[in-house]
Design a protein around this ligand. Structure first.
Ligand code: ADP
Ligand code: MG
Length: 139
């Protein structure tokens, strides 16, 4: 499925809408260049899960955890220097939590070791617009 958003608010709304379908145990892999809108989308997911805390980018912390209807594990893997670091940071444990939702920016850093049944959300900049493409992650 593919949609186009024309503002950060619309991308936020796309994340919120997706979150409403989640029941726990899902992994969302957010692909896209710097400034594509991955963090905006992740904030929308938080909104849809009822997270009340202000969400910030986990660029430097690697992982931020929030409480909502489901637990939200928000990873930014950009700064990983090796795929093993994701393991050490508990990425695969979070991904396995049936009561949690894992959202990962820069899943390319996992070196191809993707959790089972991950959903890929690819965001492409097209001028002022963003094209958001949903699909199964390639294993
Ligand atoms: P990323 O996490 O992918 O690096 P961010 O979500 O941090 O990107 O930033 C996206 C930037 O693009 C924000 O400054 C946001 O205001 C801007 N922007 C402009 N149009 C859109 C859109 N349609 N969807 C999402 N972000 C947009
Ligand atoms: Mg980001």
């Amino acid at each position: 499925m593919k949609i186009v958003t024309r503002s950060p608010e619309e991308t936020l709304e796309a994340g919120r809408a997706l979150a409403q379908t989640l029941t726990g145990g899902e992994v969302l892999l957010l692909e896209g260049d710097l400034g594509a809108g991955k963090t905006v989308f992740a904030k929308g997911v938080g909104l849809g899960l009822g997270v009340r805390e202000l969400m910030t980018s986990p660029t430097f912390t690697l992982l931020n955890v929030y409480e909502g209807r489901l637990k939200l594990y928000h990873f930014d893997l950009y700064r990983l220097s090796s795929p093993e670091e994701a393991e050490e940071a508990g990425f695969y444990e979070c991904a396995d939590d049936p009561a949690g939702v894992t959202v990962a920016e820069w899943p390319e850093r996992l070196g191809g070791r993707l959790p089972e049944k991950a959903l890929r959300v690819r965001i492409r900049k097209k001028g002022e617009e963003r094209e958001i493409d949903y699909g199964p992650a390639d294993h």
